[in-house]
Design a protein around this ligand. Structure first.
Ligand code: CP
Length: 318
């Protein structure tokens, strides 16, 4: 199949074939990253805007590098130093960026639905880099890429997502993506952050950490999203760590080949102990590396790129 979409807004609306098209294209771009000359001219003459209205390290920088590797012009929009501060709306801001020839707008925003809204009111392609607690599609795609690279086909694989599920766009996007690729998803964490209602998405919900992690092929740890919580959802970080943090003893409950993942930023000593985060069981930095290839693939595809087998010498010079 061909990728036909102009925007990447969420994972929920992607088919399995579309997800695989992104992952296969990313594999080609990962190869490009191993060459001495890591750039391809696939987006030459195009203008990409990084519009981040919420803080980011990994997503913003990897989108910037992805655009550069594709030879696009990249504009990094800093909300704090912009006319947002004078009351300009999001729509007017992006309309002005389009007047400056923006072809692709990558948006991170604290409001769920911001990327969908933009896709309805502007002509540019819109890529969602995280909207509130709703969706973080490129994080889910890079997580899926990393799991498939390490574990092969995800059909029947057991993936446990541990931590703050309720406020996590990463959790929601991962759940959709994993289930579309046939994985079985277990959610675990404090009951206030892992409501039973997630069972309606087809997940298993448990508050028993040993049960959650002992048979998992992959354990994806999530940070507590304090910025989206109106009030504390558990007594203290110390208590969270004591009950749900991944430490050496709890690692011994897991299968020896279970992957330890985390989207970052990591709160060391809270959801994961440093010695595990830095161990060879952890693929946290591999996820970041794969994020670059996945974001190159997404920019390439929303710009009308071809399927990976159709990449020409022009797109991927030897
Ligand atoms: N994982 C992730 O979205 O990290 P950033 O907030 O640093 O982009």
């Amino acid at each position: 199949m061909s990728w036909e979409r102009k925007h990447l807004l969420d994972i929920q609306n992607l088919s399995k074939e579309e997800i695989l098209a992104v992952l296969d294209t990313a594999r080609s771009f990962k190869q490009v990253g191993r060459r001495s000359i890591k750039k391809v001219p696939a987006l030459r003459g195009k203008t990409v805007v990084n519009l981040f209205v919420e803080p980011s390290t990994r997503t913003r920088i990897s989108f910037e590098l992805a655009a550069q590797r594709l030879t696009a012009d990249i504009i990094n929009f800093t909300a704090e130093a912009s006319s947002f501060k004078k009351g300009e709306t999001l729509k007017d801001t992006v309309k002005n960026l389009e007047a400056l020839t923006a072809d692709i707008v990558i948006i991170r925003h604290s409001s769920a639905g911001a990327a969908h809204f933009l896709s309805r009111v502007v002509d540019a392609s819109v890529v969602n880099a995280g909207d509130g607690a709703h969706a973080h599609p490129t994080q889910a795609l890079l997580d899926l890429y990393t799991m498939r690279e390490r574990k092969g086909d995800l059909e029947g694989k057991q993936v446990t997502i541990l931590g703050d599920i309720l406020f996590s766009r990463v959790a929601r996007s991962n759940i959709w993506g994993l289930q579309k690729l046939g994985a079985k998803v277990t959610l675990c964490g404090p009951p206030t952050l892992v409501p039973k209602s997630f069972e309606s998405m087809g997940c298993k919900v448990t508050y028993d950490l040993k049960e959650a992690i002992s048979e998992a092929d992959v354990i994806n740890l999530l940070r507590i999203q304090h910025e989206r919580q109106q009030h504390s959802m558990f007594p203290s970080l110390g208590e969270y760590s004591k009950l749900f943090g991944l430490n050496k003893e709890r690692l011994s409950w897991t299968r020896p080949d279970a992957l330890i993942m985390h989207p970052g930023p990591v709160n060391r000593g809270v959801e994961i102990d440093s010695e595990i985060a830095d161990s060879d069981r952890s693929v946290i930095l591999e996820q970041v590396t794969n994020g670059l290839a996945v974001r190159m693939a997404v920019l390439f595809l929303v710009n009308g790129g071809k399927e990976p087998e159709a990449l020409t010498a022009k797109d991927t010079p030897a």
